[in-house]
Ligand binder design. Structure first.
Ligand SMILES: [Mn+2]
Length: 359
């Protein structure tokens, strides 16, 4: 991880350059992932205040020493229950402030209205817009995290046996990824088998894995704060004709939509590539979610690949391609890769086999 700088300069400057468009004098960044993105500093109580002239990292006693070491040139400010973030903003004489309205709670908003003397505005995805394009360090984290996911899938092919519960498999998956260098999980692993595999986001249960079950494994881990995300399926025993057919349709839709990833392509068109194939085979109504999503510090971030998406792909975006077919009461299949959009096409970060794997 030392080959690329952990904190690449320019992020704070790029965010500051967007303040004027918000019609505000300053921006208060409160969303944890946005604070991390700008400062490379993680805490449970921290704000970044951007004014352009001077930019601040605001936190309490527990974190103030660490915050003072931030590499982004942010001036540390100590707050407590008496001298709050609002008091500090008022002290600076700021008259209009943009806030992250998707992040702050109603309670925080009420306090803000009563304590802050100026006009409130929306920060409207200021930092999220920057985060959508990954830099070299971020790409390296994503590659490493996804590589651990690949190792885990190989491991599980030899591990999963009839009679194990979904929870047992989920625990082994987590243990394996942590043992192999993961900082933590990207999200609670999805391990669903048999008729439960038709639940796209089902949680692992005490159900035992049986002969004839499809097992859907959707999981990821974090490296340097960046999430991986992949989905594969295992089949215990010989497939029925329907299981084989559905698997091959999902595989074809996944491969064709992957090949549709290139710079300048609209997210709606990529989604449509997979959707049209699944519809053609008569399973359109069983693919009820979007084709994919951006991945980075958050497991789900911009851009959204779906019928209602608005973006077009640009180099440096990290997106998932994950079509699925879910037959209620029977079984489900989803195949998901994490992909980096490049100048000339795409780089698939997951290298695990996508053929129907029978264990
Ligand atoms: Mn996903």
């Amino acid at each position: 991880m030392n080959s690329v700088d952990r904190y690449l300069p320019g992020r704070v400057e790029r965010a500051v350059s967007g303040i004027e468009d918000l019609g505000a004098e300053a921006v208060l960044i409160s969303k944890q992932e946005n604070v991390i993105y700008l400062s490379d500093f993680k805490s449970s109580n921290c704000f970044v205040l951007l004014t352009g002239k001077e930019n601040y990292i605001i936190t309490d006693f527990r974190y103030i020493e660490a915050a003072g070491n931030n590499k982004a040139g942010l001036t540390p400010v100590l707050i407590d229950r008496v001298f709050t973030v609002f008091d500090f903003i008022n002290k600076l004489g700021i008259k209009s402030l943009a806030v992250e309205e998707d992040d702050i709670s109603y309670n925080f908003y009420k306090m803000m209205c009563s304590k802050f003397k100026g006009i409130l505005k929306s920060a409207d995805g200021l930092v999220e817009k920057l985060r959508i394009i990954k830099d070299e360090y971020e790409m390296e984290c994503l590659r490493k995290a996804e590589a651990i996911g690949d190792l885990a899938f190989t491991h599980l092919q030899g591990y999963v046996k009839a009679g194990m519960t979904e929870k047992e498999v989920a625990f082994e998956l987590e243990y394996f990824m942590r043992t192999n260098g993961a900082d933590c999980l990207s999200f609670d692993s999805i391990v669903v088998s048999g008729s439960r595999s038709s639940l796209p986001h089902g949680m692992p249960s005490d159900k035992k894995i049986e002969q004839g079950d499809f097992i859907t494994l959707d999981y990821g881990c974090k490296i340097g704060g960046y999430c991986s995300d992949m989905t594969r399926n295992l089949l215990l025993g010989e497939p029925t004709k329907e299981q084989e057919d559905v698997y091959n349709i999902v595989k074809e839709a996944q491969q064709k939509s992957l090949e549709a990833v290139f710079t300048g392509k609209s997210v709606v068109d990529i989604d449509m590539t997979a959707r049209d194939i699944i519809k053609y085979y008569g399973y359109g109504e069983y693919f009820g979610h979007g084709l994919g999503h951006g991945v980075g510090l958050e497991i789900h971030e911009a851009p959204t690949l779906g019928p209602k998406g608005t973006e077009t792909l640009s180099p440096g975006m990290a997106v998932t391609i994950e079509p699925g077919i879910y037959l209620p009461g029977k079984f489900g299949v989803r195949i998901e890769d994490l992909v980096l959009v490049t100048e000339s096409g795409y780089e698939v970060l997951s290298s695990s086999n996508k053929d129907l794997i029978i264990i």
